[in-house]
Design a protein around this ligand. Structure first.
Ligand code: DGY
Length: 333
């Protein structure tokens, strides 16, 4: 009788040629169409699985893994992992992995582009033209704020924040940042970035970018009080997670002219977008696509597959997953 092959649940349709690599070592339970899985469905899918390849749409916590006695690895396709309860997974001896590095530059490109779109009113101008309002060149039409030579504020100076700082140098920007820990001078000096406290960052930035992870202590970090610190001419851009911003307070600041413009790729109740934001012209809204270049999304899936196979003892990194999340058992870090 042949031994049972480990089972792996793949929660969404990803790139079949990359996911097929799993099939050489494990039995793959694919999900044929994009789905929002109910918690009970996730629990059922994990019950007899050794591994799971999931995305940020799949929330996995204590309830979902309660009956999953064989589960050894949850490989997240994404760098952010607020969809995973790391404490619950760690306590159950399950390794969680994510996909850092491979998406850094693509995500930084998009963050910079969003910030420029907000400052220079690009999507608003396109709507104006498409809606037939353009009567010819007008001296005072759709005047925006400059990006070059202005002060960029980066909240969260991890890999993506640093990649954005590098782009800002080409625009002759002054770069301020706030991070819980100040960067080592070896990293900070070439970026020509200056650490400031959080309130100073809000107050001095002409363009503020949020690139920090979402956690309970960063919930609604941008609210009426922090928005009140910002210059009325400033812009706010977020490519992090929706829960960082009190969207009602932001809509109010944008509607009242308290803040010039914003650009959001992430929302608190995705895919729902607050109707108060949808009604405004001075906010650029995109559907969580900052890492979404074809090459980068493929690299993310390839890394997640490597991570998963590695924890199960297969593939080029057997027993050494390239990117375990910090709380993973020491043997996998
Ligand atoms: C991530 O990786 O966390 C992004 O938000 C999705 O690609």
């Amino acid at each position: 009788m042949s031994a049972r092959r480990p089972r792996v649940w793949v929660s969404q349709p990803l790139f079949p040629d990359l996911v097929d690599r799993l099939g050489r070592h494990v039995e793959v339970r694919a999900t044929p169409a994009v789905r929002k899985h109910a918690p009970a469905d996730i629990a059922a899918a994990l019950r007899d699985a050794e591994g799971a390849l999931v995305t940020l749409n799949d929330t996995i916590g204590a309830a979902e893994i309660r009956g999953a006695s064989r589960l050894r690895v949850v490989a997240n396709v994404g760098v952010g992992y607020d969809n995973l309860d790391i404490a619950a997974l760690t306590q159950a001896g399950i390794v969680a992995t994510n996909t850092p590095d491979v998406l850094t530059e693509t995500t930084a490109d998009f963050g910079f582009a969003l910030m420029m779109a907000a400052a220079r009113r690009i999507t608003e101008a396109e709507r104006f033209l498409r809606d037939g309002h353009w009567q010819g060149w007008q001296f005072g039409a759709l005047l925006g704020g400059d990006v070059h030579g202005r002060t960029l504020g980066i909240l969260g100076m991890g890999r993506i924040g640093q990649a954005i700082a590098r782009r800002a140098r080409g625009f002759d920007m002054r770069v301020l940042y706030h991070n819980r820990n100040r960067l080592d001078p070896v990293v900070e000096t070439p970026l020509q970035a200056q650490w400031v406290d959080r309130d100073t960052l809000f107050a001095e930035a002409d363009h503020l970018l949020l690139v920090l992870p979402y956690a309970a202590d960063s919930h609604h970090l941008v609210d009426a009080a922090t928005l009140a610190l910002m210059k009325p001419s400033a812009t706010l851009t977020s490519i992090a997670r929706g829960g960082l911003i009190d969207e009602g307070a932001l809509a109010e600041a944008l509607a009242s002219g308290r803040l010039a413009a914003a650009a959001l790729d992430v929302f608190e109740g995705e895919p729902r977008v607050d109707p108060r934001l949808l009604a405004l012209h001075n906010v650029v809204l995109t559907p969580h696509i900052a890492s979404g270049s074809l090459a980068t999304r493929r690299a993310m899936v390839a890394l997640a597959v490597d991570n998963l196979l590695a924890v199960l003892g297969h593939g080029p990194h057997a027993n050494r997953p390239p990117s375990p999340i910090a709380a993973a058992p020491a043997i996998f870090r």
